[in-house]
Design a protein around this ligand. Structure first.
Ligand SMILES: C[S@@+](CC[C@H](N)C(=O)[O-])C[C@H]1O[C@@H](n2cnc3c(N)ncnc32)[C@H](O)[C@@H]1O
Length: 388
């Protein structure tokens, strides 16, 4: 991406993407809109969606870097073993190479040519979607704020695993920041990013993602917020709201690797994180253990099932569900529970609005938009709910 500058103030410039201009990739649907206009439009959209909540005060939106903000690349691999493409597929299923995509920081962009060379060196046949032939489907690459790397090869079968192991020392030489390398197996021909089986190839299994001075551990198959800087602002905002009422007990439902729970952890507070991914739970538990937080625990469970089966409700609940929201059963439980305060962080304001309608006793009093995804219509919104 390049910045198109003119005499307007910062935020009213636009970034320009050659892939977008050439219509090779149109994923960034707001490409070309000045960033300040994007932020204002998102704020208007979320305020409209939650307009019926009259007592809701909006804090100023949290802006992102416009470029180079993604910590994770999900590259579809196509082409040939000698000339692989890393990027997306076109409508016919052919590879479109996006190695210079400006959403990735320079450090992450620099990794892609090395990975392409590795594909050639280890003779890993890219998967051909229309022909249903080949091995390597995706390369999933995460970079921590310190520059450390996790690289995951999503393969159709184990055919290439021995060769990947054999050439791994070369990859380490080329990428000294490589900490975790793994193979994920996705034998089925289906449009998902990864399968359920992971083979870790390195001694190290976790990538340290430093956020607000806290080392969160990220293992393969665990969710991490896409935009580390904005995630840091999100956790700070949620923690500030939690501390206002000094709750003795907090649940972090849909906790992932424990970002919210670990930001509100305190030796004098019971904190429980609940999450379906066992890998994410193990990562979160490791961070708590390293920090000596004996009253902060994590469970692999369904958030709704956990809440419905609990003997007692905590003082405060944080929820950060996937796009579908928390759904009627958990919303109904929160409504009846007597929990005084809820912090609800959502990446899909429509499902947030629907869930709020199912919890009329819990009123949103403060809200903040956090722009995790510049150049697109997507954003994160966090709200503080208080029992009326
Ligand atoms: C938007 S992510 C939030 C992760 C975490 N709060 C963070 O800040 O990184 C949603 C998380 O919910 C988890 N999840 C999905 N369905 C779930 C369920 N039914 N019960 C508990 N966790 C679930 C996913 O694995 C994912 O880690």
């Amino acid at each position: 991406m390049t910045r198109v500058t003119d005499t307007r103030p910062v935020g009213w410039w636009t970034v320009q993407c050659s892939y977008f201009d050439a219509e090779r990739c149109l994923s960034c649907t707001w490409m070309g809109r000045p960033y300040a206009a994007q932020l204002a439009a998102k704020q208007d959209l979320v305020a409209d969606l939650l307009a019926e909540h009259a007592g809701l005060d909006w804090l100023p939106p949290v802006a992102s870097r416009e470029e180079g903000f993604r910590n994770k690349a999900k590259m579809v691999v196509a082409g040939t073993v000698d000339a692989p493409t890393l990027g997306i597929l076109d409508a016919a299923g052919a590879g479109v190479d996006l190695q210079s995509c400006g959403l990735y920081p320079d450090g992450l962009q620099a990794v892609f040519p090395v990975l392409a060379a590795f594909v050639t060196r280890a003779r890993i046949e890219p998967y051909d979607v229309p022909a249903r032939r080949g091995e390597l489907k995706h390369l999933l690459v995460t970079q921590s704020a310190d520059g450390d790397l996790m690289v995951r090869f999503v393969l159709r079968s184990q055919e290439a695993v021995t060769r990947i192991r054999k050439h791994l020392p070369w990859l380490h030489e080329q990428l000294p920041a490589l900490v975790v390398a793994s193979v994920n197996l996705l034998p089925e021909h289906k449009a998902v990013l990864e399968g359920s089986r992971e083979i870790v190839l390195t001694d190290e299994q976790t990538l340290r993602m430093r956020v607000n001075g806290l080392d969160l551990h990220l293992r393969p198959q665990s969710f991490f917020q896409t935009n580390t800087d904005v995630a840091a602002a999100l956790y700070r905002q949620a923690a500030a709201w939690v501390e206002e009422s000094s709750p003795a007990s907090v649940w972090d439902l849909y906790c992932g690797v424990g970002g919210f729970a670990l930001h509100v952890a305190d030796p004098a507070r019971d904190v429980v994180g609940v999450e379906t991914s066992a890998e994410a739970v193990a990562s979160a538990a490791l961070t708590a253990r390293d920090a000596g937080l004996v009253r902060t625990t994590f469970l692999a469970d369904d958030a709704t099932g956990f809440a419905l089966a609990a003997d007692a409700a905590p003082d405060l609940v944080v929820v950060n569900p996937p796009r579908r929201g928390i759904g009627p059963d958990l919303a109904g439980w929160l409504e009846r529970s007597g929990v005084e305060r809820v912090v609800y962080s959502s990446c899909h304001a429509r499902s947030l609005a629907r869930d709020l309608a199912a919890m009329p006793s819990l009123r949103p009093v403060r809200g903040r938009l956090l722009d995790m995804f510049p150049q697109t219509t997507h954003y994160e919104v966090v709200t503080l709910l208080e029992r009326a």
